[in-house]
Design a protein around this ligand. Structure first.
Ligand SMILES: [Zn+2]
Length: 95
């Protein structure tokens, strides 16, 4: 029973981790896009995105991350560590 539970936690954490990586990549792409303005790179001339939409994308990602990046067992926020092996609060094995 204990084993089945810990497998469920690991599987659930994997799903959350994949979602977390996707939104992290999205945020990095937005930040790169914003930086392109300073270096006057060609991307900005070909793809023009409104600044409000960029901020909205980042805000949604942070909001999503706040609810997604939690321990599947005790629901505590996992912080900035992107490869946690164990939950800091309940000690559940995550991967
Ligand atoms: Zn936990």
């Amino acid at each position: 029973m204990q084993n089945k539970n810990s497998n469920n936690i690991i599987n659930e954490f994997k799903k959350r981790q994949i979602k977390q990586y996707i939104i992290t990549i999205l945020v990095v792409l937005v930040l790169i896009y914003i930086q392109c303005d300073k270096f006057n790179l060609l991307i900005r001339k070909h793809i023009q995105i409104n600044g409000f939409i960029l901020i909205l994308i980042i805000a949604i990602c942070i909001f999503f991350s706040f609810f997604n990046w939690r321990c599947p067992a005790c629901n505590v926020y996992l912080g900035r560590n992107i490869f946690p092996k164990y939950c800091n609060k309940c000690g559940s094995k995550l991967c």
